[in-house]
Write a protein that binds this ligand. Structure first.
Ligand code: ATP
Ligand code: MG
Length: 331
């Protein structure tokens, strides 16, 4: 089976619709015909300001949401990144093969470093795409289901793999980004020029675990565009287009079908119906997440088994890398 790897940061108390439609929906679907490795990337979460107790809670809540969304631990290895030390170890080797200018071109870094307030920007935030490359290459993954915002990081990963292979001999599989055609970039409801993000203000971000009333309010308050027709037009009507895209991805209808459905009706109708579509889709996920968090022993067992499986694949890759770069065997 082809191998797939992806990760998500435990940087909030809930994932959001962008995470789900851009990435996690594909995580679940790919399990059917792939050997899947999915991780909660806590090493990445400390690249920005964080609090230890909060991080611990969010890591568990993240794992619970992934299971609730349909990640199946019998078919996929679900694990926490810090439980597999090979990630940090390979990350270091790859950092030593990354150009400073190359890393400086990453647009996510430019965005996030601008937003880092009181503590300033860490070197870890700067090198995080290189650690992400290690996450992927350790598992020899062929496919990486991610949202559009990760395309540039996947290119960097491929460049680093190619560079290592050319210099030290064939070691890494070249991965491909697996980006969904529809909702690869869900936009913030308040700032439809930005992607929905865990690290932006909550008003424009529809969280999977939000109370249905909160969800309805966020959708009702979404910034729409001038005019009154419910039609998709990414340049002229980014807000309305975003709402239509979310509706289509969750309801299974196409955007043209929805345009016809809303012909002669206004933005208010679209928002009202979308709120129902979203809250209906999220209700079972919320219930299952709560169940899993009521007794975390089972969750911890799943994560331990996932880490053990991950290490079976990660350890031989790291051993080959250490040998090829010339590290003396530990004996
Ligand atoms: P943070 O703000 O902490 O970076 P995030 O919302 O960007 O959080 P990540 O954990 O960085 O979430 O990303 C997890 C996955 O979700 C990645 O595959 C990413 O491409 C995808 N993703 C994130 N935001 C969106 C979005 N708005 N639309 C589509 N996919 C998204
Ligand atoms: Mg992100």
């Amino acid at each position: 089976l082809p191998r797939v790897l992806s990760g998500i940061q435990p940087t909030a108390d809930s994932f959001h619709l962008g995470n789900y439609l851009g990435a996690l929906k594909q995580w679940v679907a790919l399990q059917d015909d792939h050997d899947a490795f999915y991780c909660v990337v806590d090493l990445h979460a400390i690249t920005v300001e964080q609090d230890p107790a909060t991080l611990r809670r969010r890591t568990l809540v993240s794992a619970a949401q992934l299971l609730a969304l349909g990640v199946d631990p019998d078919r996929s290895a679900l694990f926490v990144q810090s439980h597999v030390p090979e990630h940090a170890q390979l990350g270091w080797v790859l950092q030593c093969m990354t150009g400073f200018g190359e890393a400086s071109r990453m647009t996510q870094f430019k965005d996030k470093s601008q937003r880092q307030g009181t503590t300033g920007t860490s070197v870890g935030l700067f090198t995080y795409p290189v650690l992400q490359a290690a996450d992927i290459l350790l598992y020899q993954a062929q496919r990486v289901p991610v949202g559009e915002d990760q395309r540039q990081h996947l290119e960097l990963t491929r460049d680093l793999a190619t560079r290592f292979n050319n210099r030290f001999g064939p070691t890494f599989t070249l991965p491909e980004a697996y980006i969904p055609p529809g909702a690869a970039k869900v936009l913030d409801l308040q700032m439809p020029d930005k992607k929905m993000s865990k690290s932006l203000p909550p008003a424009g971000c529809v969280n999977l675990l939000d109370d249905p009333k909160v969800t309805a309010k966020k959708i009702r308050s979404a910034v729409t565009d001038t005019g009154r027709e419910v039609v998709a037009d990414p340049a002229g009507k980014p807000g309305v287009t975003n709402l239509l895209t979310i509706h289509a991805a969750l309801s299974g209808q196409t955007v043209p079908q929805l345009e016809e459905h809303f012909a002669g009706r206004g933005y208010g109708d679209l928002k009202k119906e979308l709120a129902e579509v979203v809250t209906d889709a999220l209700a079972p996920v919320q219930a299952r997440t709560a169940e899993l968090l009521a007794d975390t022993a089972e969750l911890e067992r799943v994560l331990a088994a996932g880490a053990a499986r991950a290490r079976e694949v990660a350890a031989p890759t790291l051993a080959a890398v250490y040998d090829r770069v010339g590290f003396l065997p530990a004996g």
